[in-house]
Design a protein around this ligand. Structure first.
Ligand SMILES: [Zn+2]
Length: 410
């Protein structure tokens, strides 16, 4: 099967990640371009005048639109049950974290809803969210557990994560986040909880059934200490789960240094990173993932994106889609927020949501780029250039989603 995309006004040829420095700010851009897909992979791209001769099985006329790689959302909590709009309204009224917790809100309220749901109910609650993500251009999504908060409930969540990936043409990357919060039955006993969710038989089961690729932890005051986080991630790594860390979101805890030390795939959030954290990231292959949806949703300080980019780091962006601190499904919206609040340019945002997000999921050799041999995950946008995409905030600009060379009906 050989497909040709013609009449591309602008083709943003994002190279394979991790991408940093001048290429992050100025990836190659072709005007009046064409692209050839062969057997689900990109076979050729460049100026239309140089396009290889046919025959082609199919021609897609892009009619002056822009073509970019499919977006990759490398940090989400998209599988959950229940809804927390009451809490959203209470926060608008000025309610603080503790007040919400005492009223039965916060992570534990989602935990109760998840525990009460079956795998099938979790899937049914989550599929519409994933469908909307796909329609807004996300072709690969990482999804974490972390609302079950017991061995069996976390396994149940991971089964639901797998099931949503089987029902939609979106690649789902599962992450084991049992160390998200302390469940009530372990109040005051965080070490006992870490021991329970790192029990050898449990981790072996997760590894054997391939229920997760990554392990993640919320290292923060009120959640888990650096030492508890280390214990959790090291135990998971012994079973092949690659570490990730929720780092420096509310306070500077040393989580970024831990991520680097353990060779984590990514350190995520980073609102409170300091210069020594940036230096540690610079000397590592850990991808810094920024989640400006939280900044927007909670009105909290933003991560120092410009400082990280100027330090030469391959910054990635993600939605952090979750019911409490970022009920945002759209990566294009996150790109708009990153433009205005993090002072990233539209092309930097695009690279951050493709090549660098692929690197945060250890898939940079296969997805996240427009490169010969890469999987043909592509978007056709209803804009003549990439700058116009995040500029038109909240406007659906994704006309066509192509996954593995196949045009999807979104
Ligand atoms: Zn998160």
């Amino acid at each position: 099967m050989r497909t040709r995309l013609t009449n591309i006004a602008q083709l943003v040829a994002v190279p394979p990640g991790p991408v940093s420095g001048p290429t992050l700010s100025c990836p190659p851009i072709f005007r009046d371009a064409a692209l050839v897909i062969e057997d689900a992979k990109i076979a050729w791209f460049g100026s239309a005048t140089d396009a290889p001769q046919g025959p082609y099985d199919k021609t897609i006329d892009v009619t002056g639109g822009t073509v970019v790689p499919g977006l990759i959302d490398c940090h989400t909590h998209t599988v959950f049950a229940g809804s927390r709009e009451e809490e959203f309204v209470r926060k608008i009224g000025g309610a603080g974290y503790l007040e919400i917790l005492e009223a039965g809100g916060g992570i534990r309220s989602t935990m109760r809803a998840v525990r009460a749901a079956s795998v099938e109910q979790l899937v049914a609650a989550s599929l519409p969210r994933l469908q909307r993500m796909l329609a807004s251009g996300t072709t690969t999504v990482e999804i974490k557990s972390g609302y079950g908060l017991s061995p069996e409930e976390e396994i149940k969540m991971l089964r639901a994560v797998r099931a949503v990936g089987e029902r939609l043409p979106i690649e789902v990357v599962p992450t084991y986040l049992a160390a998200h919060a302390l469940p009530p039955e372990f109040d005051g006993r965080p070490d006992a909880y870490i021991a329970a969710v790192t029990e050898d038989a449990l981790l072996r089961r997760i590894a054997d059934e391939k229920l997760a690729e990554f392990a993640d932890v919320f290292t923060e005051r009120g959640a888990f200490t650096v030492e508890q986080s280390r214990r959790f991630l090291e135990a998971c790594a012994r079973h092949g789960l690659v570490p990730k860390v929720h780092a420096e979101q509310i306070t500077q805890s040393g989580a970024t240094q831990l991520a680097v030390e353990l060779g984590a795939a990514s350190a995520d959030h980073l609102e409170c990173v300091d210069d020594s954290d940036i230096a540690a990231l610079k000397a590592s292959r850990t991808i810094p993932v920024l989640l400006p949806g939280c900044t927007f949703f909670l009105g909290t300080p933003a991560a120092p994106a410009r400082k990280l980019i100027d330090a030469g780091l391959p910054v990635a962006l993600a939605t952090d889609c979750n019911p409490g601190s970022s009920m945002i499904e759209s990566l294009p919206l996150v790109m708009s927020i990153a433009c205005t609040m993090l002072k990233m340019t539209p092309v930097e945002c695009l690279v951050a949501c493709t090549a660098n997000a692929a690197a945060a999921l250890k898939r940079q050799h296969r997805i996240g780029a427009i490169a010969v041999g890469h999987q043909a995950d592509l978007l056709i946008l209803d804009v003549t250039n990439v700058n116009a995409w995040p500029y038109r905030v909240g406007v659906q600009a994704v006309r066509t989603v192509i996954k593995q060379g196949r045009v999807l009906q979104t």
